[in-house]
Design a protein around this ligand. Structure first.
Ligand code: FAD
Length: 349
């Protein structure tokens, strides 16, 4: 049995709003753990528009998606949050009472939390991989020995000595081509045209591996898969002149981008309204006492899906979280500018 991690606050989602929630909780002496499906923090800002400028963050006339995330990470560093990336919260179980809530949460990687409060900052929901439209692909999914079809690489070692076909033309496809090539038996990269969206430097590295004979590049599309039972043997492909060819492989890694789906949150017994979680606007608490929702995932009259709204929501939710975590303590309102106790927590006094 895995060890249970106890925490005052568990934040689901490490997007900008989840990250700023760490700050607001930290000022109130509440430590947090965060879980995110993605291998990196920053949610939509880091995943969908890292290099685009944002113009409506108060106090920043211009900041890119990634710069905002980097700044938030710097801002919350004094509070030492613990991140559990690459895993999705699948199940939430209510253990306590409405007055003294407690929750048991589990991720798909087997991590278990015992949390006094839960703050859902899951944005548009889970980022899930887009699946390629290949008939019969399901037969080769859900294996764990490195053969078959995978939409994410969790452990590179799993793919040692495999004959791998990677499909796609973006950064994920190119990064995994370069990372897996040294340990695989053979890597083939396939894309529908000889033009890549990935970082030019990665594309150059890939081309030089192809030129030296260390890997293969094919232009075309997969139309089917061939194998014995659940054992993948080859991809049946078509080139742009409609000629059919096969690529021998025991592992297929398609990287066709991500879409956002609500995912398992729909099954947690929370009220939902059009795939969003209704909250009150005093505490941003859901219909389950002790579970809060901040950022893009929540809904209330007048809600705007803006980063600045999520920041405000986090500040107010933290006040109520404090009441659950420290029922005996009175909370006094303080400014970071003038409170030496807040400054001590921030490590600046
Ligand atoms: P998200 O950023 O969506 O992060 C949620 C995180 O939760 C994700 O990382 C996800 O993987 C994770 N997650 C979900 N479910 C689970 C689960 N079950 N277990 C574990 N993790 C989970 N807003 C502005 O204010 N100004 C702008 O100029 C602006 N421009 C934008 C431009 C584009 C192209 C886009 C797409 C959005 C823009 N936005 C802008 C909107 C802004 O990005 C969102 O409002 C913001 O990202 C919401 O933050 P969040 O933390 O609530 O959610």
């Amino acid at each position: 049995a895995s060890e249970i991690i106890e925490t005052d606050a568990l934040i689901i989602g490490a997007g900008p709003c989840g990250l700023f929630t760490v700050f607001e909780l930290g000022l109130l002496d509440i430590k947090a753990h965060l879980v995110d499906i993605l291998p990196k923090v920053g949610g939509q800002c880091a995943e969908l528009y890292p290099e685009k400028p944002i113009y409506d963050i108060p106090g920043f006339p211009l900041v890119t998606g990634q710069q905002l995330v980097d700044n938030l990470m710097e801002q919350i560093r004094p509070f030492g949050p613990t991140f559990h990336l690459n895993q999705m919260i699948e199940a939430v179980e209510v253990l306590g009472t409405p007055e003294a809530p407690r929750f048991r949460l589990r991720t798909d990687a087997g991590t278990v939390f015992d949390a006094r409060t839960v703050l859902i900052a899951a944005g548009g929901g889970s980022f899930l991989p887009k699946k390629p439209p290949i008939p019969g692909i399901e037969a080769y999914e859900n294996r764990s020995d490195g053969s078959g079809v995978y939409y994410a690489v969790r452990k590179m070692e799993m793919f040692r000595d495999r004959e791998i076909l990677i499909v796609g033309g973006g950064d994920s496809a190119l990064d995994w081509t370069l990372n897996l090539q040294p340990l695989a038996k053979r890597v083939t990269l396939m894309h529908r045209r000889d033009d890549f969206r990935a970082a030019p430097h990665s594309v150059e590295q890939m081309r030089s591996l192809v030129a030296s004979g260390a890997m293969d590049l094919k232009i075309g599309q997969i139309t089917g898969l061939r194998g014995e039972g659940a054992n993948l043997e080859a991809a049946i492909c078509r080139d742009n002149a409609n000629a059919s060819f096969e690529v021998s492989c025991d592992t297929l890694l398609p990287f066709f981008g991500l879409t956002m789906k609500l995912g398992p949150i729909a099954d947690w017994g929370l009220n939902l309204h059009e795939n969003l979680i209704p909250v009150d606007t005093e505490k941003f608490e859901t219909n389950v006492p002790g579970i809060f929702a901040v950022g893009d995932i929540n809904s209330y009259p007048g809600k705007l899906k803006l980063i600045l709204s999520g920041f405000h929501e986090a500040a107010l939710a933290a006040q109520k979280v404090h009441r659950y975590v420290y029922p005996e303590k009175r909370l006094t309102f303080q400014y970071t500018t003038s409170s030496s106790s807040l400054q001590k927590k921030l490590g600046v006094a």
